[in-house]
Write a protein that binds this ligand. Sequence first.
Ligand SMILES: Cc1cc2nc3c(=O)[nH]c(=O)nc-3n(C[C@H](O)[C@H](O)[C@H](O)COP(=O)(O)OP(=O)(O)OC[C@H]3O[C@@H](n4cnc5c(N)ncnc54)[C@H](O)[C@@H]3O)c2cc1C
Length: 396
Amino acid sequence: MTGALRRVLVVGASLAGLRAADRLRAGGFDGELTVVGAEPHLPYDRPPLSKRQLATDDPAESTTLRLPDGLGARWLTGVPAVGLDPDGRTVKLADGQELGWDGLVIATGAAARGWHGPVPAGVHTLRGRDDAVALRAGLRAGRRLVVVGAGFLGGEIAATARACGLEVTLVEAAEQPLARAVGAEAGGYLAELHRESGIVLRTGVTVTAFHGEPGLTGVTLSDGTELPADLAVLALGAVPHTGWLAGAGLAPDGGLDCDPYLRALRADGSVLPGVVAAGDVVRWPHPLAGGARVTLGHWSNAVEQAATAAHTLLHPDEPQPFTGVPSFWSDLHGVKLHSVGLPAFADRAEVLEHDLPGRRLEIAYHRAGRLVGALTVNRVGRLAGYRRELHEALLR
Ligand SMILES: Cc1cc2nc3c(=O)[nH]c(=O)nc-3n(C[C@H](O)[C@H](O)[C@H](O)COP(=O)(O)OP(=O)(O)OC[C@H]3O[C@@H](n4cnc5c(N)ncnc54)[C@H](O)[C@@H]3O)c2cc1C
């Protein structure tokens, strides 16, 4: 089964990379396994970084992911891969090392989108453990925080900071938070939750400038408003880490294109033998999106894709398509929000329950008359049915 596979290299030492390594071993791979990571840390979990880690003094190490017993992997952390030679089957690292492989798993995830120019001290992004430590140090009651972007991450950061007693302004370019991702109904619901908590939500405007030297003193909005600020967070979305693949003939931006078996594709669409990918870096055609190529920044997607990618590497002649149902959760203002499927690709949102005081919400999303997603607040029991229906749709 794994005869031709003696050396597997995993690039990206986070959730997808760790899970791929684990699934390779579970699938019988007993050869040399090396995991390369740009960060100095062993794999850790990111969801707590915008929640518990910002609100408490829990040590940063509390997010470390457990390494499975007997994994037998060599960990090269703190050294990014800088180049891939797909024909010579090597990966080059920033310290000059060149690592050979028979099988390669690309799990380099994504980075936080930054600002287009220099910013004063006190303007943060949040993607990694070190970012969370830096941001947490500035979250003191009474300080004025501007969060730029009211997506899930921006919303969580704003909610957590507000709960810590900061004066928070949440700035969103669209007319509603998350309108493009989950529609106006859910966006309006979230907007109310933000406002009820005392967050000042400014929609339909953008931040055009940050002021202060060396530290932040304020921001300018596109409508001319000047907001004093001690601290700001850019929550402008994620950019897949594909720069190191640019010389290898793989899509250099917007995600690494893969087929449904999570085999990496060259720019001409042909399969790159022996190379698979998993997690936030992957872009693949999604049936629920009508075949449009998507990238997903979902924890469960990274875990489930890692299993499919490992299987594809171990069984190149019997690959199985990835059929995971997209699934995401968010914790903010004391509510549990869940989404399954791809609400962003719906043409109709059916609101089944909308109860702001009772903190409940249930919306089903349809496209051309078929279910493509659902979103609930504090209605976790409703998800299994949606998930089942979506899974059946993915198997069709
Ligand atoms: C603050 C935060 C909160 C989140 N909350 C939720 C949530 O509530 N619910 C949910 O479903 N999802 C959440 N997510 C998303 C979830 O954490 C991600 O989907 C998941 O981490 C993806 O795992 P990954 O391994 O694909 O990528 P990542 O976790 O991004 O890991 C990629 C790793 O590869 C490394 N790397 C990059 N380039 C190179 C290179 N050239 N060489 C070597 N290594 C490299 C990176 O340093 C990184 O360690 C959250 C994410 C963040 C950042």
